[in-house]
Design a protein around this ligand. Structure first.
Ligand code: SAM
Length: 409
């Protein structure tokens, strides 16, 4: 992924600032969020700007996800706030960036999310094969099996889905998805979802956007670009996708990966006892629709009405309630000296009592988790290239709010 330069206008050098060691000695000029006395808002380290798509584990590029964290940032947070062998939790794991980096760095993992597409990606990443040859020959067998499936009746497929595909391609996609259902092969399924829509030739749909599914029929009308609207065979595309995804695999034998995954909301999950570290990015308040924006992939994965997922996760009340529940659970389950790190997509919101999600989070943690002490706040400007809707009014900045559990004993 390309990166634009991050604006530095509001930053100034400040000597002698005390902070927890991860971040450079650059303080952000006073602004929001308002930090409590003695806690400084510091700027993210410059190396977070550097692109990492050519060096990161290529499983991170399995399939896009809105609000996905950069793997370099996830790795830095895991390294700084936990040790090898520690149990690291991410209860809003999305596409599994933090769990994958935690495993790669020798941690144990607990991960959960309500979104079935998110959990499919996370499961696929943490259980991904190490050997490319084995993965491709296994996929070839599955593709052969799919050819023996009965032809799907496309009249049962919603019109909005059919508009994205050539009928022959769509039949191959549906047969393959059906073959995968009983075997539960999350890696092969996630690779299929990863090539579902885009305008490039290696993808399966008519020309459309990659992150959020929109047909690009104005930019690439069928009469002017007939080749983009023709049949696209699944087999070569899927095998090539597996090749790209395992170019830099997770170099740890599957048997040595300790990961517990739960497809559940924060209300339902039981946090593991004596947790060493929580690193998580809660849902962006009122800014991202994890159901609607992933609708085509969710539909193929078996969610009939993807938009309904957003009824419980999108707004201000949902954010506040999720953080309240999490803070209460953390108070009981985080080990003494353990860290809790929240990556908050921040912007002013009229409905919030305090104005900013990160300020709301700090207020709730003060009430519900009195043993968590605020250590530092890191401000990371999000360049347009990393945002789901560029040039929009949505979240332009993330605040990383760092806590440590202290006990009187
Ligand atoms: C900002 S995204 C996480 C992105 C992730 N860090 C990544 O790199 O892909 C927030 C996630 O929270 C999930 N979510 C929203 N409300 C939830 C809830 N009540 N319980 C569990 N997960 C929830 C959404 O489905 C979404 O995947």
């Amino acid at each position: 992924m390309r990166h634009t330069a991050r604006p530095r206008r509001r930053l100034h050098r400040a000597g002698g600032i005390h902070h927890d060691g991860l971040m450079p000695l650059i303080a952000v000029a006073p602004s929001r969020p308002t930090a409590p006395q003695g806690v400084q808002v510091v700027a993210a380290p410059p190396h977070w700007e550097t692109p990492c798509t050519h060096t990161e584990c290529t499983l991170h590029q399995l399939s896009p996800y809105i609000g996905k964290l950069k793997s370099r940032i996830a790795a830095d947070l895991v390294r700084r706030y936990s040790r090898r062998g520690d149990l690291v939790a991410d209860v809003f794991c999305g596409s599994g960036t933090i769990p994958l980096e935690a495993l790669r760095l020798g941690r144990r993992v607990f991960a959960a999310d309500t979104n079935p597409y998110a959990m499919l990606l996370t499961r696929a990443k943490v259980n991904a094969p190490v050997s490319l040859e084995a993965a491709q020959s296994h996929a070839a067998v599955l593709l052969d099996n799919a050819e023996h499936q009965p032809a799907p009746d496309l009249r049962r497929v919603p019109t909005w889905v059919r508009r994205f595909f050539h009928p022959r391609t769509l039949k191959e996609v549906l047969r393959f998805a059906k073959t995968l259902q009983p075997v539960g092969d999350s890696f092969a399924f996630a690779c299929l979802l990863g090539i579902l829509h885009h305008q490039r030739r290696g993808f399966l749909s008519h020309p459309s956007s990659h992150l959020i599914p929109y047909l690009r029929d104005k930019k690439y009308p069928p009469h002017a670009f007939p080749e983009l609207w023709s049949y696209r065979p699944l087999r070569p595309r899927l095998l090539a996708k597996i090749g790209r995804t395992l170019r830099r695999p997770l170099p740890i034998p599957q048997i040595q990966r300790h990961a517990r995954l739960e497809s559940a909301s924060i209300e339902q999950i039981e946090l593991p006892d004596r947790l060493d570290c929580l690193i998580t990015s809660p849902p962006y308040m009122n800014a991202l629709d994890y159901g609607r924006d992933n609708r085509l992939r969710l539909w193929l994965a078996g969610t009939d009405r993807p938009e309904e997922l957003d009824r419980f996760t999108g707004g201000f009340e949902a954010f506040r309630s999720a953080i309240q529940i999490l803070a209460t659970k953390l108070e009981q389950r985080l080990k003494p000296s353990g860290h809790a790190i929240f990556v908050i997509g921040d912007r002013q919101t009229r409905r919030s009592a305090t104005g900013y999600p990160s300020e709301e989070l700090m207020r709730i943690v003060r009430q519900r988790s009195p043993s968590l002490k605020l250590q530092s706040i890191v401000c990371d400007e999000i360049p347009d290239i990393r945002r789901a809707r560029r040039h929009g009014r949505g979240v332009k900045r993330e605040h990383i709010v760092v806590y440590r559990k202290v006990t009187n004993a």
